[in-house]
Design a protein around this ligand. Sequence first.
Ligand code: SAM
Length: 290
Amino acid sequence: MRRMTQPKGTLYLVATPIGNLEDITQRALRVLAEVSLIACEDTRRTGVLLARFQIKTKTASYHEHNEQERAAELCAMLEAGKDIAVVSDAGTPCISDPGFRLVRAAIERGVRVVPVPGAAAFVAALVASGLPTDEFYFGGFLPARTHARRARLTAVKQLSATLVFYEAPHRIAHTLSDAREILGEREAVVARELTKVYEEFARGRLSELAARFSTEQAARGEMVLVIDRKVIEDEAEREAPSSSVAERVAELEGEGLDHRAALKRAARELGLTRDEAYRRLVSERASAEE
Ligand code: SAM
């Protein structure tokens, strides 16, 4: 007797908008409506998108905390012939978002994996940044811890590629000032709120952007950081007063500013946050005393 083999289902990786719902593709809508299940990072968030397009497909949660066990369940469904779409909260699944484990598991089981391309914040930021697009390095999120973040920046310092990172608003000022210190002065762009009402491309040197984003007001919304491959070596750079916080603070105190105001001004001029400037001041004074 010949045994009938059940055809396996397909795993679709469906990109969704990063802000503007008009960025959903026709194909994404068709696939989302046709599959048996949509695995979402956040079912409520995806629910809003589905309701907007009157899509009634069942959803299940699939996020970084249940990725491993959920991947096994979803693979069992795929092997039983069901088609499944994976979406993340925004943009392309697997890009700084869950999906990778499921893709691996599906490939290992011989399940067909089909991308349904669309929005990805790093591509939108890069193409409108005005920085070279011929060669680029996408580093996802830099580590949150200072030491690890600085080590990662050091590791990419010599690359002859435009550097692209995702960053959280509360860390952007620190990252910009670390980047200035480790990569040297470079042109950069902070692409904020892409495709949304307050979309903005803040362009400038790393030190200028660090100063600009050091206020809470400026550092808001979702953002992508794009950094040029070249270090700026010009007159302004060579004539910069001093990169030592202690020296600059002493100079400013000599000009009559009190300590607090001098530190604040030095931090701004050097493209550092106030905390960072203070830490550097303490460490420079400690090394001077050794
Ligand atoms: N999978 C998404 C993609 O394809 O771009 C990225 C998800 S990741 C968890 C979220 C980060 O992407 C945000 O912190 C921000 O750095 C970036 N991002 C997402 N949407 C954005 C937008 N509309 N404008 C600027 N950056 C955005």
